[in-house]
Design a protein around this ligand. Sequence first.
Ligand code: NDP
Length: 257
Amino acid sequence: MLPAAVYSWFVSLEIALAVVTFVALCFIVAPYGGRHGRAGWGPTVPARVGWVIMEAPASILFLIFYLLGDHRGELVPIIFLVLWQAHYLQRAFVYPFLMRSGSRMPVVVMLMAMAFNLLNTWVNARWISQYGSYPASWLGDPRFWIGVVLFVGGYALNVTSDRILRRLRRSKTAGAATGGYSIPQGGGYRFVSSPNYLGEIIEWTGWAIATWSIAGLAFALYTFANLAPRAMANHRWYQQTFDDYPAERKALIPYVI
Ligand code: NDP
């Protein structure tokens, strides 16, 4: 087993990556997905394939790292394992097969995401089942329940928002003049342009609170760093693409920004 000091270094690395990612993404829009895709990023794979390859390790390796921990048989760590897998089994093995876009993803983006997932998965799985301590009494702590409620609420917002996007592509002619894109309506889209990202950020903030850990905080920070600049880019893209885009809709946080 690695000494705790080495573990702390990896957590610090993840926090540093969050800062670097945020700064970088304020200047560069990550070139995955059809509307932000562009040439010059090397070979590409179908986005569906990219999603499975980059997200599957987050599910499979989490389970393996988890099972290596001394606390693997305890109730609270098992609940955290279930929450994590609820997200990543959906993201790696369900979401990619529901996608209706034929967009492509640069291999380099896929590899960077895989590398991050490897680090993040190790940092969080090892915390939950080895370095952290979650006796059954943690179930009586409000932080656990506040976190779980946020996690489940964020998950629901994320999944339902992605579903609304998919339905926009039900017909082959929908959004024909704008590359297959239309203005999403209903659900979280009444308030913001990227409720799927908002849901994801809420979800991992919930994880950070429920686990009350630096590992969870590092992941929540990274998720925000990754998705907030992209939400701003999506919002600008909608406003530039659709003359009738709802003026009251914000980018990421209802009524604020
Ligand atoms: P997007 O919202 O950009 O796209 C999701 C899908 O919907 C794509 O297939 C896209 O097609 C399609 N789509 C988007 N907008 C429209 C529209 N207006 N009309 C028709 N189709 C549309 O999400 P991402 O691809 O960035 O992310 C997908 C999921 O992954 C989200 O749930 C997100 O939260 C999560 N994610 C999490 C990250 C993290 O750090 N935890 C990082 C990145 C993503 P196309 O590909 O052709 O644009």
